[in-house]
Design a protein around this ligand. Sequence first.
Ligand code: TYD
Ligand code: MG
Length: 461
Amino acid sequence: MRSESQVKSKITFICQQCGKENPKWLGRCPSCGAWGSFVETRVSPPSLSSHHHQLANNAPQELYTAQKGDIPRFNLGFSELNRVLGGGLVPGSLVLIGGEPGIGKSTLLLQTSDSVARNNKLVVYVSGEESITQVKLRAERLKISGKNIYFLAETNMEQVLQHLEEISPALVMVDSIQTVFLDDVTGVPGSISQVRECTLRLMYWAKQKNIPVFIAGHVTKEGSIAGPGTLEHIVDVVLYFEGEPFHNYRMLRGVKNRFGSTNEVGVFEMGSDGLIEVNNPSQAFLSQHEDTSIGSVVIPTLEGSRPLLVEAQALTSSTSFGPPRRIANGIDFNRLLLISAVLGKRARIKLSNQDIIINVTGGLRINEPAADLGIALAIASSAHDIPPLAKLAVMGEIGLSGELRTIPQIERRITEAVRLGFNACLLPKSNSNPPLQHADIHLLTADSITEALRLGLSKKG
Ligand code: TYD
Ligand code: MG
């Protein structure tokens, strides 16, 4: 039987990687396998349990009798942000924006604050990272007046909540969750226990007041926000802000959304005046694409449910020393090995003495196998020194025996190619069964990689 003191004990050990709790210290976390990640933590039952009670006073109600009704949504000015949120921000929701340092989280939060403040709504911007002068400088650069935006350089959560109580804003930004802390929780700001308790506090506050809160969170080297198991389960919406350091495009990707689909991406461009939305990303990504250049192929890919046309380039050149090299920028390296192996074995293109470099332009990353055929065609085009057909979009997954496999959502991809003025689409035959009907684009279908290469490359001469 447990003794009284054990039940009341507030000391626990929490894994700083995944948030697993254990009453005793452990050298290795049984949940995530991290070594030496457990930290002694004092948790504060009163703060949590009192909030739980506040939330729990709703009586059970039969689902059948519940009102359907549309969820009211809050327009944030950026249509790309509204889109990822599922059509605007739901009042009382807690949204986490994660991303690497320097990717543009603060810029996005500040610009969003501005567009809300312009509609005569009060916004509180809590910043533990920058001083008011720093933020003012940035605001000036972004041409933000700062009217209706209250800046709060406070990291003590109790104080923050008290100020919020007084100001009663329409929207709250917390930049970042790793800088705020609660007095009654052990651990330095940014530790799992602090991050989790502060997020919980904000969650209850947002729900209680029906006021939406955004929090920015830095991702760790492993690519998670202060341990995956912790924050993402608490908040309503998780968005990741991603991009390559030397490119200006930024993708805002839905990872979790309690009020909408996670299949959405928003596309932004970081310019000298801050973030600009890219409403027509395919056009932006293809802006420097030249028709019929050797080794360059346009691929309709899907980002969530959004079709995007991207350009993949391949360069093959004779290996001068050692084994042939394969360099994959923007695609999976193993996928490139698979494609070049199939090209060598099934399409009989001699690549064993060739280096292959693949580049996806714009700093994008294509993860889906539907891009295989486009990459294969780019490599073949470079190896044979023949350009692909003009105005051709290419898609299809390649199997190990050189067959082309069905890919999902073919209609969306074709429609996007049509919209951007492409003349022809090269796709797996199995995707056109029953036959696809498109009056405004020529569909070239193939069963095998050999056939696809024959159809997709221009005739020599
Ligand atoms: P920031 O929003 O501070 O990133 P985070 O909060 O995610 O750490 O973005 C900083 C980067 O963005 C910095 O490298 C400079 C760049 N930037 C621009 O290129 N243009 C701009 O107008 C602004 C405000 C920032
Ligand atoms: Mg920042």
